[in-house]
Write a protein that binds this ligand. Structure first.
Ligand code: PGA
Length: 241
């Protein structure tokens, strides 16, 4: 893995955008998985600016949803789908047929996972998988204890995720399960990219990057990913030795 520490969130977002732009310029029909969550918002804004300036064309890319809350309809504020729609797809004029999402309302959740895996395989695999790190060390909705060799799966959310996840909703929302790409997708992605910013992430970043890699801490998988890149701002890197 390669670790880069940027001065601040702005610089981290610009560097992430540069990496995404490099991939898309080399492969205009790249298959991109971009996380929802607060960390990549700066990246999304930078991509929108590059697109507006004519410096990047995402019109031929495919976009894969990283994860979704089970029981939350895609059009509801708070769903990962809605979040990406508002913060990325609408500002960038990405068409619906470029996007593949988990449906959190699917009757057969296992089938939903197999369909996502099949879609990714059909598209030739992920060129980029951008993820954040949860306060409990999760990657997407792969919670502590998740096996590293799984593709998409239905996950049981842990207490931290249920509590932190409330930030996406305007009222208290019952969350118990998630649909998520698996850590095997991360291992097979051409560029697995982890972004972490802010002092709140410093402790878990240190555990993930300098503790023993273990399935108990999903983000520690990055220590084993040769092609992986980690971008931290100074605040998130503050506890690293
Ligand atoms: P955040 O979420 O970017 O909003 O901090 C990260 C995560 O939970 O994976």
């Amino acid at each position: 893995m390669k670790l880069e520490i940027l001065n601040d969130y702005e610089a981290l977002s610009a560097r992430a955008a540069e990496l995404v732009a490099g991939i898309v310029r080399a492969k205009p029909d790249a298959v991109l998985c971009l996380a929802s969550g607060h960390t990549p918002i700066g990246l999304f804004k930078q991509l929108a600016a590059l697109s507006k300036a004519g410096q990047i064309d995402l019109g031929h890319c495919k976009f894969i949803g990283l994860d979704e809350w089970v029981g939350i309809p895609p059009e509801e504020a708070g769903s990962c789908c809605y979040f990406l729609d508002v913060n990325l797809f609408k500002p960038l004029d990405i068409a619906a047929d470029q996007c593949f999402f988990f449906n959190g309302m699917a009757k057969d959740l296992e089938d939903e996972c197999r369909q996502m895996d099949a879609a990714i395989a059909r598209l030739g695999g992920l060129d980029l998988m951008v993820v954040g790190i949860g306060m409990n060390g999760h990657i997407a909705l792969n919670e502590p204890g998740t096996l590293w060799n799984l593709y998409s799966q239905v996950s049981d959310l842990d207490a931290t995720t249920v509590q932190v996840g409330q930030k996406y909703f305007t009222k208290k929302t019952q969350l118990a399960k998630g649909l998520t790409l698996g850590l095997r997708h991360l291992r097979e992605a051409r560029l697995p990219l982890l972004l972490a910013a802010g002092e709140g992430k410093a402790r878990i970043v240190k555990q993930a990057l300098q503790g023993n890699p273990s399935e108990a801490l999903p983000a520690s998988i990055f220590q084993t990913l040769e092609q992986g890149v980690i971008l931290l701002d100074r605040a998130a890197a503050a506890e690293l030795k």
